[in-house]
Design a protein around this ligand. Sequence first.
Ligand code: DGY
Length: 324
Amino acid sequence: MADRKAVVLVARRTFDDAIARLREHFEVRVNDDDAVWPQDELIRRLQGVQGVYITGSEQIDATLLDACPDLRAVCSMAVGYNNVDLPACTARGVLVSNAPDVLTETTADFGFALMMATARRISESEHFLRRGEWHKWSYDMFAGSDVHGSTLGILGMGRIGQAIARRGHLGFGMRVIYHNRSRLAPALEAPLAAQWVEKDALLQQADHLVIVVPYSPASHHAIGARELGLMKPSATLTNIARGGVVDDAALAQALATRRIAAAGLDVFEGEPQVHPGLLTVPNVVLTPHIASASIPTRLAMSHLAVDNLIAALSGGRPPTALNP
Ligand code: DGY
């Protein structure tokens, strides 16, 4: 009798092409409704499943792993993996992979766009126009801050941070400063003309602060009231990393009191809920966690997760495995 095919659960809807590739190798179950299943439902759906395709929304923790003993591979289409307990997976022999690199440039494009929209008050002025409030031109109407020639501060200088620095330095003549746990090698710093600074100096000097540091207990509320208090009143803050890196309540307060000029946010604490204080201040551009959402990039992320599942369940190491 032929070996039984491994069973794969696609925990959130994805591209048909990616699912078709999985069907060539596995018995595939798909969450066609695209609902975000509560944890008990996810556990129920994972019974008898060897591989799971996830996004950044599913929580893979020790309780789930113990309740799903057949699970051998957890492959995410996201680069961020703070929703997966990697040590718990490794301890149980479960392979874990994410989807790095394929989204770097697209996410950097979006981060830059969000920073520019924030600095130049694009959302705020569009809402004004849509409300029918535009009656005359005025010399300082929605005057914002310049991006070109200003100081770009980057918190977290991984692949996406470097791609943003490249845009800032080469495209907009910005001075690039960054803070990261470790300093980039001189060969990486030099083409970006990027200068490592202490975190407080970054906050004090940046005209435009862009946050791209991964979420972990160490980066929880890395930007709170104290840090916002160090920033220039004219500065903007853009967060494309993860909710939780910024204390959204403190940020809402800093925006309401004009402690800083404006913010651009693609990620939120407790998303898809958004802190009510952020919904009522005008000086913030809000987007629903779409920084990597171009069609080619989302397709590439999806196919990379499929590559990883195929490798993992064929006894190989996934190309972008995270386990040590
Ligand atoms: C990622 O890939 O981590 C994006 O934030 C989407 O979850």
